[in-house]
Design a protein around this ligand. Structure first.
Ligand SMILES: NC(=O)c1ccc[n+]([C@@H]2O[C@H](COP(=O)([O-])OP(=O)(O)OC[C@H]3O[C@@H](n4cnc5c(N)ncnc54)[C@H](OP(=O)(O)O)[C@@H]3O)[C@@H](O)[C@H]2O)c1
Length: 294
């Protein structure tokens, strides 16, 4: 049986559907009634819990061979800080996995994870990676770039903005590069890890086959939506003038104020990372968009 934490999210939702199709037996961590109901309907075993509350994880991994840890937050909210969720939460899950003798631990990190990063998100992702690496449990870590596909929050926000705003505001020059990867390709990589965890031990960058600037990401999406609109670059200094002000003045801002800073830095890896490590060519951004943008 496979245990998944974070199964109620965008990535987790696609993964559980693929795994159920493949006949895998799943046990998933759920916090909300909505998630519990969804898992129940799909015939998934449910553990009510939260990775930041270690007592809720006691016994959750009994009889589990593989743990898939997808829990992450992109924005801190109240007591759900990066430290609490990424670092302490990962520590809790790893400790329980070690206690019951889990055979393989998968952790979903992020491209650019770095202990010295200015970004709390990337810094704590790197620290969580180290907890997994030091656990003594055989592990696989994915460091994905932006993952896109049906229900992904990033594309949805951009899409809403393109639909509703007369112009397309782009923070800064929009020249930083990203490497979007289609969720179905991420799932394909993940299935290979699940089928042969011993072959896919270690840390893997996961990115699509193209380096695309933020400008290209936005214009490609508007082309696929057949909704071309004038692009207006908003100087980063103005955007940074005050996160709160920026978020209030630009409707449907597709990024949080913290993510604004991330938009200024390239977030890329080798364009052949998936092909080299997993043996298939991932989809190009535009082709992937055509698969789910209506
Ligand atoms: N999407 C991307 O482009 C992307 C790129 C790189 C890396 N990643 C990483 O991939 C992972 C999945 O991303 P996603 O896009 O699927 O995110 P998501 O849709 O926001 O899902 C996050 C999941 O984490 C769960 N969660 C949050 N805090 C929790 C806690 N304290 N205890 C238990 N569960 C908790 C959420 O449960 P609830 O439903 O209860 O809130 C949800 O199932 C994250 O680690 C993210 O950092 C994502």
């Amino acid at each position: 049986m496979i245990f998944i934490a974070g199964a109620s999210g965008f990535v987790g939702g696609h993964l559980i559907d693929a795994l159920l199709k493949g006949g895998y037996k799943l046990r998933c961590l759920a916090r909300s009634e909505k998630a519990k109901q969804l898992f129940k309907e799909k015939g998934i075993e449910i553990v009510h819990g939260d990775i930041t509350e270690p007592e809720t994880l006691e016994g959750a991994l009994n009889g589990i061979g593989l743990v898939i840890h997808l829990v992450g937050i992109i924005q801190e909210k109240g007591s759900a800080t990066f430290q609490k969720v990424h670092i302490e939460g990962t520590k809790n899950l790893v400790e329980e996995a070690r206690r019951v003798g889990v055979k393989h631990f998968f952790y979903q990190s992020a491209l650019g994870a770095d202990r010295d990063s200015w970004s709390g998100y990337l810094r704590t992702k790197a620290e969580a990676e180290n907890i997994v690496k030091r656990s003594g449990i055989p592990y696989t870590i994915f460091r994905p770039s932006l993952i896109i596909g049906p229900w992904d929050g990033f594309t949805k926000k951009l899409k809403d903005m393109i639909k509703m705003s007369p112009i397309i505001p782009i923070p800064g020059t929009g020249r930083s590069r990203f490497q979007p990867v289609y969720i179905h390709d991420w799932v394909k990589c993940m299935l290979k890890v699940i089928e042969s965890p011993d072959i896919f031990k270690g840390t893997f960058d996961i990115g699509g086959p193209q380096h695309l600037t933020y400008n290209e990401i936005v214009t490609t999406l508007s082309e696929v939506m057949k909704a071309k609109k004038p692009i207006v670059h908003i100087p980063m200094a103005v955007m940074k003038f005050g996160a709160t002000i920026a978020e209030k003045t630009i409707p449907f801002l597709p990024v949080t104020s913290d993510q604004l800073k991330l938009l200024e830095t390239d977030n890329i890896c080798n364009v052949d990372t998936v092909e080299k490590n997993f043996g298939f060519k991932p989809m190009k951004y535009k082709d992937a968009l055509k698969g789910f943008i209506k």
